[in-house]
Design a protein. Structure first.
Length: 306
């Protein structure tokens, strides 16, 4: 992705998409109560487009605006499900840019328990998928391929599995995939053998990553004494991860909650919902001040209780 080109495309698409969404919802722009937008973290150019459109609309419609933390949107997205969790809970935020374990006691009440020290899980998926000649995004592609792999073919490392803390590291797992690909000389074997080998490597990678994520989630629940685990972020849609977490939940007697699949990856609904949650608790949280700034780097623990 080229950030500058992406931002230009956002400018071109923002208003037509807004009009299409309002039409689909059967409401007029003047009927909204407030406008929530992603203030950060993320790429500055894309954040500026969204913030400027939101604040301009607020000014034009005389509606209050509210900047939302991108990760808070993910953390609260499981509350959109038909069977939402109650506070408090442990949340695994696992996406292309983030892998974090959080204790969530309420809106704006977040405690960081552990995080990745290098690549996020989603990055490891994308980079490993590229090494295997798969498309982008890598998560769905490598997950589908892994279904045809032999789990005994490659035993890849489980980084920080026994670190006695709740941090993660996935760059070494990606490097292990690279090493296997190089050692197998995949360019010199027949296509049928190559396909099976790629599936075996994909299975080894997915199994290793899932083992680490599940073990850390179980450890976080034990450390906090909580019995509710929420999975948020794009990697939360991974079928192998969901199956392993469900199995662990049955054995360890905790409950695991997932957002609906359409709310796993980045989406506007989670930002709107986070804004609505904050406004319900504090109607003064939104403002009619339309100057704006963005926060490409914005630690989640800086958010305050509303």
């Amino acid at each position: 992705m080229v950030p500058e080109l992406a931002s230009r495309d956002h400018i071109r698409r923002a208003i037509p998409l807004l009009e299409q969404t309002l039409q689909g919802a059967g409401i007029a722009a003047k009927d909204v109560d407030a406008i929530a937008y992603t203030q950060g973290p993320g790429l500055a150019g894309a954040l500026l487009v969204g913030s400027s459109v939101a604040c301009s609309l607020g000014l034009a419609l005389d509606k209050p605006v509210l900047g939302i933390h991108h990760l808070e949107g993910h953390l609260l997205s499981p509350l959109l499900a038909s069977d939402p969790p109650e506070f408090p809970f442990v949340a695994l935020l696992v996406s292309g840019g983030h892998t974090q374990l959080m204790r969530v006691d309420g809106v704006g009440q977040y405690e960081l328990l552990g995080e990745t020290l290098d690549d996020a899980a989603g990055e490891a998926f994308d980079k490993s998928a590229k090494l295997l000649g798969l498309g982008y995004p890598g998560g769905p592609a490598i997950s589908r391929l892994a279904e045809f792999g032999d789990p005994a073919a490659y035993k890849l490392p489980r980084p920080m599995l026994h670190s006695k803390d709740l941090n993660f590291s996935f760059s070494g797992l990606k490097t292990a995939v690279l090493t296997v690909v190089k050692n197998q000389g995949m360019t010199n074997i027949c296509e049928q053998s190559k396909d099976q080998m790629r599936a075996n490597i994909a299975r080894g990678f997915v199994d290793a990553l899932v083992d680490v994520l599940v073990a850390k989630c179980v450890a976080a629940l034990k450390q906090t004494g909580l019995k509710r685990l929420v999975i948020a972020g794009g990697v939360g849609a991974n079928s192998q991860l969901r199956a392993a977490l469900n199995d662990a939940a049955a054995k360890k007697r905790f409950r695991v909650y997932y957002p609906e699949l359409e709310f796993c990856t980045d989406n506007g609904a989670m930002i709107a919902f986070a804004g609505a949650m904050r406004l319900r608790i504090n109607p003064e949280a939104a403002r009619r001040e339309y100057s704006f700034n963005v926060r490409p780097r914005w630690p989640l623990d800086e958010l305050k209780v509303v």
